[in-house]
Design a protein around this ligand. Structure first.
Ligand code: ISJ
Length: 282
């Protein structure tokens, strides 16, 4: 239907709107076709045994491909959020899950991140601190937990709850497409129960304690391509969460730190994720 303002070119406008209606029907049809594949995916991935359908490496690769092929007027923010909702929701349809969020540094950014990356169909459950989130994920079947990386020393060494073979582990770092001015750009870690064969190991995360720290050790981590994520003092020791590339094994890492004058008193892997990806095309 035409409105009074449209009268300059009614025929063209009707034709354009007909084209938009056709594209909308087609997009909806394609989404329904996409959902029809889910039952076969559940069977192939044996999702009902593991209780979890997440394939974080596949998701990272899909989001990178999306950013690389995107062009035109539609903002990357918009396509990224649409695909995050599609992927998060399709994963939910394969095996329902809740996103548990640590809101100790505020609910707003966590809720924005959860909604941007997982959509509104997936339930969002706020918790007062990291310990409660880790307990909820450990006690659930295929649930996820989210924490912000920039928590500051006052949050304590919350990552200790991830140490141990059966404890939840970091499976992703979000956003997958990093850029300045990202609309939900708070850097977050996603945890789940260990994903036996589905974990991505481009970047591996370690929790370590040091009786003595040296700036040379920070240089050694950076020199190896790693990153110190959070540090806090605990009982006279320095407790640290840091990442290094996955091809550096724990022995080589320990040797590297020891040579730099900071032999770890304890060191344990607490998860891993896909290589970070930055796009400046936002
Ligand atoms: C569909 C899959 O499962 C999940 C959902 C995806 C999607 O909807 O595209 C992608 C990765 C998985 O986290 C899959 O494994 O391919």
């Amino acid at each position: 239907m035409s409105s009074p303002n449209d009268e300059a070119a009614p025929v063209d406008l009707d034709a354009l709107r007909a084209e938009i209606d056709r594209l909308d029907r087609e997009m909806h049809e394609r989404l329904m076709q996409r959902s029809a594949i889910i039952e076969r995916l559940i069977a192939v991935k044996k999702t009902s045994q593991s209780g979890s359908a997440f394939r974080p490496g596949r998701e990272a690769a899909m989001m990178k491909a999306l950013a690389e092929r995107h062009s035109g007027l539609l903002p990357l923010d918009t396509v990224e959020s649409i695909w995050r909702v599609i992927i998060g929701t399709f994963t939910y349809v394969q095996a329902p899950y809740t996103v548990h969020a640590d809101i100790s540094a505020g609910d707003g950014p966590m809720r924005d991140s959860a909604r941007f990356h997982f959509g509104f169909t997936v339930p969002y459950q706020p918790h007062p601190d990291a310990r409660a989130v880790i307990a909820a994920v450990a006690g659930g079947r295929g649930d996820l937990g989210i924490f912000r990386l920039d928590q500051g020393a006052s949050a304590g060494d919350w990552w200790n709850g991830l140490i141990g073979p059966d404890r939840p582990k970091v499976i992703a770092r979000l956003p997958f497409i990093e850029r300045d001015d990202h609309p939900a750009g708070t850097p977050i870690f996603v945890i789940s129960k260990p994903l036996a064969d589905a974990a991505m190991r481009d970047v591996v995360l370690y929790a370590a304690r040091f009786e003595r720290w040296r700036s040379e050790a920070a240089g050694a981590i950076a020199g190896a391509g790693g990153e110190i994520v959070c540090t806090t003092g605990v009982a006279g020791q320095l407790s640290m969460l840091f990442s290094v590339p996955g091809d550096l094994d724990i022995q080589a890492l320990t040797d590297l730190l020891t040579q730099a004058g900071a032999a770890p008193a304890e060191i344990a892997e607490i998860g891993s994720h896909a290589a970070r990806y930055r796009s400046d095309r936002g």
